[in-house]
Design a protein around this ligand. Structure first.
Ligand code: PLP
Length: 443
């Protein structure tokens, strides 16, 4: 057992071990100054802008249009009503990354960015492209010939593999995706259909990543996308901040001292929520409050942040089994790189049960006709934690937000689901209804 800092109380430790949902507040969250864009984040945004025509040409489902890797910001009044938040709690929105084109999940932001950056670097070194040009050049015959002798590999629970595999294969690379036992079979089928090699592992996410890393190390022509340790992935996720700022401004919700923004982000290894939290902190400083959401069986970031950083803690050390319906969040050990970067930015982490995930998935469908996967519903209990719980109120008081709460924006980041096959969607909703039925009978 690792040592526990004061930040995780005895009650918190007990809740973690008994898989009881809890909200943990980060004692190291500091007043963060809005510093403007980080240069790596701005470069990622520019790279996405230069990739629109390339993606439109590579993916027939885009019908030849330039596809920004972007998703809508949606007001969700019916969902808000169904949540029964107290009056004066602010307004609820969804950032709909489940609708991101091509790969259908938040992992496309980081994954596409790293594949594009790697392909661009290879092309520049080989004299096939110039720095800063439109990336359509990456689909030229010369570029394809260059990529055909190269491998891009990744380890994944599913969605990162899907993003990396789909784009790498479309560019002409050999794409090898090491999948953990949690990965859904439709994700593996989709990858194979798109020309990627899928290597199935009996072990968990950490083992799939380790296997991919080891195999790639022995092959000089193989490039490994390291989900646990990649600044290029992080920059791709962080690039979400600027377009979101424009969407918030258009909705009259620009974060400010008077109008705080609370963001609820599903967390696996931590790259996606970490990158977004860092990107938003650069733009809005302390006026944005990012809370991560993790399954009760896999609270790996909570453990890493709340325990001695010298210990490479895993959820198994705490007697947890890492088994959850949220396949994308079934990660035993959080990224040390991300944890160190978000130390002063993260507001807190809460945990969710599978029942809460099913309930969120069903509500998203019944109230707003949003089709999401279980991982994407992890953030849904967030607003209640903040406005209705004792721990949440402690946070509001600590940052003197009482008077501003009625102007708050609450943002649920729905992180995946639009590629789910119809049959899986139907079955998930069925399961959710069966789960809710006894609850409804008892009022
Ligand atoms: C749907 C979904 N949401 C959230 C995440 C969390 O991202 P990260 O593992 O970078 O924390 C994942 C990861 O695969 C995912 O698939």
């Amino acid at each position: 057992m690792t040592s526990v800092q004061a930040s995780l109380s005895a009650a918190g430790s007990a809740a973690l071990k008994t898989r009881t949902p809890l909200l943990w507040l980060n004692p190291d969250r500091a007043q963060v100054l809005a510093q403007g864009e980080d240069s790596d984040f701005a470069a990622a945004q520019a790279r996405f802008a230069r990739a629109g025509a390339l993606l439109g040409a590579l993916f027939p489902e885009l019908n030849g249009t330039d596809a920004p890797i972007e998703s809508p910001l949606l007001p969700v009044p019916r969902l808000q009503e169904s949540m029964g938040l107290p009056g004066g709690s602010g307004k609820l929105f969804v950032k709909a990354d489940h609708l991101l084109p091509i790969a259908g999940s938040i992992k496309a932001r980081g994954g596409f960015h790293e594949v594009l950056a790697h392909a661009e670097a290879l092309a520049i070194t080989a004299g096939v492209a110039e720095p800063g040009v439109d990336l359509s050049v990456l689909s030229s015959p010369k570029a394809r010939a260059l990529f055909s002798s190269r491998t891009i590999a990744v380890g994944s629970t599913g969605n990162l593999g899907l993003s990396i595999g789909v784009l790498a294969a479309a560019l002409g690379f050999r794409a090898v995706v090491h999948m953990s036992s949690d990965a859904k079979s439709w994700k593996k089928d989709e990858l194979r259909r798109r020309g990627a090699v899928v290597v199935e592992h009996a072990g968990d996410y950490a083992q799939a990543v380790a296997a991919g890393r080891a195999q790639s190390r022995d092959d000089a022509n193989s490039y490994f996308v390291d989900d646990e340790n990649s600044l290029l992935l992080l920059a791709g996720y962080a690039a979400a901040a600027r377009p979101l700022a424009a969407q918030l401004a258009a909705a009259g919700r620009t974060p400010s001292a008077k109008q705080p923004l609370f963001v609820y982000l599903p967390c696996g290894v931590g790259g996606a929520p970490g990158g977004i939290a860092l990107g938003l902190a650069r733009l809005f400083g302390s006026n944005v409050h990012c809370f991560f959401a993790e399954p009760v069986a896999s609270p790996c970031m909570l453990l890493r942040m709340a325990t001695d950083p010298g210990q490479d803690v895993s959820v198994y050390d705490w007697g947890l089994d890492n088994r959850t319906v949220a396949d994308g969040l079934a990660v035993p050990r959080a990224s040390a790189l991300v944890a160190s970067r978000i130390a002063n930015v993260l507001s807190g982490v809460f945990t969710v049960t599978d029942e809460q995930l099913f309930s969120g998935l069903l509500r998203a469908w019944e109230c707003e006709r949003l089709e999401i996967e279980p991982s994407a519903a992890a953030g849904f209990p967030g607003p209640h934690w903040i406005v209705s719980s004792e721990v949440g109120r402690r946070y509001i008081e600590a940052f003197s937000l009482e008077a501003q709460l009625e102007n708050a924006t609450h943002l649920l980041w729905t992180t995946g689901g639009s590629l789910l096959p119809q049959e899986s969607r139907r079955r998930l909703r069925e399961e959710a209804r069966l789960m809710e039925a006894p609850l409804k009978r008892h009022g």
